[in-house]
Design a protein around this ligand. Sequence first.
Ligand code: ADP
Length: 264
Amino acid sequence: MSGTPIVMGVDIGSTTSKCILLRDGMVLGSAVESHGAGTGGPQRAMNAALRSARLEAMDISCTVATGYGRNSLSVADTARSELSCHARGARHLCPDARTVIDIGGQDVKIIRLDGDGRMQDFVMNGKCAAGTGRFLDVMARVLELEVSRLAEVGRHAKEHLEISSTCTVFAESEVISHLAAAARIEDIVAGIHCSVARRIVGLARRTIPQPTVVMTGGVAQNAGVAGAIQAELCLPLRVAPLPQLVGALGAALYAADLKQEDST
Ligand code: ADP
């Protein structure tokens, strides 16, 4: 394969592995696979992305890894932090992004950027799962729903039932109490979305968020959470296209920079 080099970004998260292949800033292939750091997920994601682009591993001229498991990918030329990669990817997709809200399986990152896309400030959640994908995964399981269906179910809510505890264990008990009281599942789901939004906006306010606010990460696929965050934040919010792949995209853009530096 000749011409402009093909580069790879791999985002090894806590719950999923993501891979994207770029040439000249164009996406040639991508994949999201379940299972993240310390599993076969990263290799499966790379294989699936290569297959989708009809390429072989030897066609890749530079690979950058990011995410929780970024230092464990032996085929990577180097690694970059998740903060840098999410900021870079979000800014590439939304050039006016000044605040990035990334919600993954275990982490929440709020990144504030200056007008040139440089990181000015950031805040992350602690060890607590409140406001993360894990919180939503646990609640979906209690409600016997796929996490991918929460937004659709929450859309039919007539009211938001209060989930007052941010602790996943206590919040799960509250959801069980609502179920035992024969509350509508739609109203419980809307309450869960509001609970996540309150937690995220509480964190985001520490960075004095500026528009345009862009949401990335797997949870951004839940329009119910995105809508609740926008309402709580009182700022317009855009969901990045293919939000779960934004970190991998940022890593691939760094890989393209490295190739560019090599050739100059
Ligand atoms: P990580 O990088 O930490 O592994 P991701 O950014 O991949 O995390 O996000 C994983 C989370 O995204 C899951 O915990 C789940 O709650 C949420 N998620 C995954 N797929 C969907 C979907 N189709 N709809 C809504 N939420 C989703």
